[in-house]
Write a protein that binds this ligand. Sequence first.
Ligand code: MG
Length: 546
Amino acid sequence: MLDLWYKNAVIYCLDVETFMDSNGDGVGDFQGLTDRLDHIEAMGCTAVWLLPFYPSPNRDNGYDVTDFYGIDPRVGSFGNFVAFTHAARDRGLRVIVDLVANHTSIDHPWFQEARLDEESPYRDWYVWSKEKPENIHEGTVFPGVQDTTWTYDEVAGAWYMHRFYKHQADLNIANPAVKAEIEKVMGFWLQLGVSGFRIDAVPFLIEYRGLPKDRQPKDDPHGYLTELRDFLAWRKAEAVMLAEANILMEQVEEYFGAEGDRMHLIFNFMLNQHLYLALTRGDAEPIRRVMARTPAIPPKSQWASFLRNHDELDLGRLSDEERAECFAAFGPEPHMQAYERGIRRRLAPMLGGNARRLKLAYSLMFALPGTPVFWYGEEIGMGDDLSLPERNSVRTPMQWSDETNGGFSTAPPDTLVRPVVSEGAFGYRRVNVAAQRDLPGSLMEDLQRLVRVRRACPEVGWGTCTVLPSDETSVLALRYDWEGDSLIILHNLSNRETETTLPVDDLHRLRPLFGSREDRDMRDARGPIALDGYGYQWLRARGERR
Ligand code: MG
């Protein structure tokens, strides 16, 4: 069997500047993160994904980079970075870093040269138009906040394209020098000890949009993903690419590659959105619907599963009616919503802090085909701060303890990089790591157990998944088969108790993997299985086929 580490990984995502501040300047840093690796290890995670930590004017949380070969001095030095990757490796944790190759900050020296001098080689690193382009209001990523995708630059005397905010100019991927530079950036961080990249905005990265027709390359831009994969494979065999690509099922093959020779992992945005619709309705049908439409992917390819991340919960792939249902259930007030498509809240407040429902949601996420990804703070049920603009609501500092600033920093509270959630049911005095550590029945303890069980079930990462027909529409019944073992995972999305009988004639006896010692006695696979409201069961038949 190939040792593909990402097939059975559990990824923990964090932003260095909001995780742990070691020097009391109010900004989280690499030293603080290194000091708190024990927590990530204790959660049972096997990889850490870092949001951008590069030099940046920070107009978009570091996604506006001014130097791809640098480290924001507020979060540390190269010495701190290498000490961190070393300490992580020591604990069996691989490190993935964010690669923002679609655009740079307009403060980046490349853009500054490009705008000043039409003859500069950097001019063609960006996408320009002398004439005002048509449809400058089309294709914005942040509707309601961002008006256009082109902005006139007085210095350059031309319009530049920007899929995102106007302070983020799109790089011109049709220029071979830009492609070579992106590979150089990847090679640089691989050399410093990282095991891969979360690639930002992949569909926008590989488009030739904005270039005049006669300057658009004739090749399929998806081919660039194969080039990147080849580059990584030669530089570092274990390195992976995890794609942010909110794509349709028809596009899956273009992004994984027919031979699995493009992206290693892709976030399953489609399943994520339908999971929320299913939670809203207490009905598993939306999940079954998407899984039925999901094409099989090559053996070395992998989905990445998640509940929430550092962005808004994007519900743009649902119908208007379905999205309205989710808004009504989880983000009814206009200030809870963002960009006409999403909800800018964390999961725990969306579910009203209901512990059983939260545990159900995480178990469900861990049971879906793919590699689970946590957003820091989810393990303790952190809340959000809707008084902060846009997506910053879900990017407040980690809540470590009930001490000042939630134990995140010793700086005066009004000087923190972002305020700690201090009021209400999700304030740091109630919700913090110290309070939940070793507390039986805490969310953190249950998620630690969930990670342990999931890691011991390689069937989910490696096996074949079948959605079993269920006599109760609220119950999602999944079956995995791999190397002679079978796993049955049941989730009851409604709050009503129910019983379900499994259509598994070839299986004999099942062993529950959760619950008390008595709960885990072997049971007949043909007998009815009871599920509490919001209950779940993971059951294994080990080499027990009839
Ligand atoms: Mg600091």
